[in-house]
Design a protein around this ligand. Structure first.
Ligand SMILES: [Zn+2]
Length: 393
């Protein structure tokens, strides 16, 4: 999952710095503002305070302010989080007279083999550029792309890193160049059965003009996605051998990452079902899924254990993380069950009681619910397991 997504924050108490106080005061003013004139007053000052904080690489101040805002009533937290995200993905570049937006084009991928994170060859980059400009971006938009297909581990970490990366891409876009990514020292990619890859880019338009195709009177999001799915998908398929993939609508960075996180949950359930039916050579109807909630201090996630319908051993598992403000009041199990039913899974069992958020002491993988209501290590039967040299999620 991408860091910085809106999530319940820790309840930190005690003194906070002057800059964090100022951010809270401005976000509080905006939250209670009575009209657009007042909105603009607060927005302008909040944006400028956030820009200063980002320019000083002061991640702590942003974190502290968000933690504190989370404990306040009303929409202070939402206003602050929205403002921080929006300043992070719209870099301020001295002397620049354009609007700049940092965007992501996420791709959901699954494979029995390694899912690559790799440099984008010049020809692919050129093709992707043509299709992004034609289907996703507005007419006068200019674009700079990073020449790498990123894994979640390799995305910039934290708001300040993200803002710095966005500024590098923004400057490249103003100069009409792409951004070469030096792969030396890049973090290792954890391998999963299903995962997300990201194309990162910056869009530049004359100030106040449309940036995206759907801001134009004859464009819309659905058509943009349909075109990108076909054309963008075709460009990416050769780069991901042995992988199935599904593109997500390219948008501003945080919105695109949130969509990818949300869509990847059902995607990884479908991937697991397809993987099990093939690996175990059984019809999908012979699979059984057990859904259960996993708790720490609050509910953290659901986990799904898979077995054959005539055997209680858990052969595989999937985590369904909760996103945003989702909690136990949302009927997540019903949503998971409907995905499993659509796939054709024969038996779906939902366990009600709270399981502890436990992981294997040796290899760190999550433990999954069994049909008898225990938490166990998922193990593929031996013959199949030899072909899968890695853990799955
Ligand atoms: Zn283990």
């Amino acid at each position: 999952m991408v860091p910085n997504m809106k999530r319940p924050r820790s309840k930190r108490r005690g003194g906070i710095g002057r800059h964090a106080e100022e951010l809270l005061w401005l976000a509080g003013g905006l939250a209670e503002s009575c009209c657009q004139v007042e909105d603009r007053f607060w927005e302008k000052r909040l944006a400028s305070a956030i820009d200063t904080t980002l320019a000083h690489d002061d991640e702590d101040t942003l974190d502290t302010a968000l933690d504190q805002a989370f404990n306040r009533s009303g929409s202070v937290y939402d206003e602050l989080a929205d403002a921080i995200e929006s300043r992070t993905e719209s870099p301020v570049i001295l002397g620049n007279e354009h609007d700049i937006v940092f965007i992501a084009a996420p791709v959901l991928v699954w494979s029995r083999f390694r899912i690559p994170a790799r440099t984008l060859p010049a020809a692919t980059l050129a093709n992707l550029r043509v299709h992004l400009l034609a289907h996703i971006l507005a007419q006068n938009a200019r674009l700079a792309m990073a020449d790498f297909l990123f894994s979640p581990d390799q995305l910039p970490q934290g708001y300040c890193d993200t803002a710095n990366f966005a500024a590098r891409l923004g400057r490249a876009a103003l100069e009409g160049e792409d951004l070469h990514i030096d792969t030396g020292g890049m973090p290792e990619t954890t391998q999963f059965l299903s995962d997300t890859r990201y194309i990162l880019a910056a869009v530049v338009v004359p100030r106040g003009h449309a940036a995206f195709r759907w801001q134009e009177s004859d464009g819309n999001r659905a058509e943009a996605l349909a075109q990108w799915r076909g054309q963008g998908g075709d460009c990416l398929t050769p780069l991901l051998p042995g992988c199935a993939l599904e593109v997500v609508l390219p948008e501003s960075y945080f919105a695109a990452c949130r969509s990818a996180d949300k869509l990847s949950r059902a995607y990884s359930v479908r991937a697991s079902v397809a993987f099990l039916a093939t690996s175990l050579d059984v019809p999908v109807i012979n699979l059984r899924a057990v859904i259960a909630p996993f708790w720490d201090e609050q509910i953290e996630e659901y986990r799904i254990g898979f077995t054959l319908s005539n055997n209680d051993s858990v052969v595989h598992g999937v985590v369904w993380p909760l996103l945003g403000m989702e909690n136990e009041a949302v009927d997540v199990p019903a949503e998971i069950e409907s995905v499993l039913r659509e796939c054709g899974v024969g038996v779906v069992k939902t366990l009600e009681h709270r399981f502890p958020l436990e992981f294997c002491d040796d290899c760190g993988v999550p433990l999954y619910p069994s049909p008898e209501g225990e938490i166990v290590h998922a193990e593929m039967p031996e013959a199949e397991a030899e072909q899968i040299p890695r853990h799955l999620h």
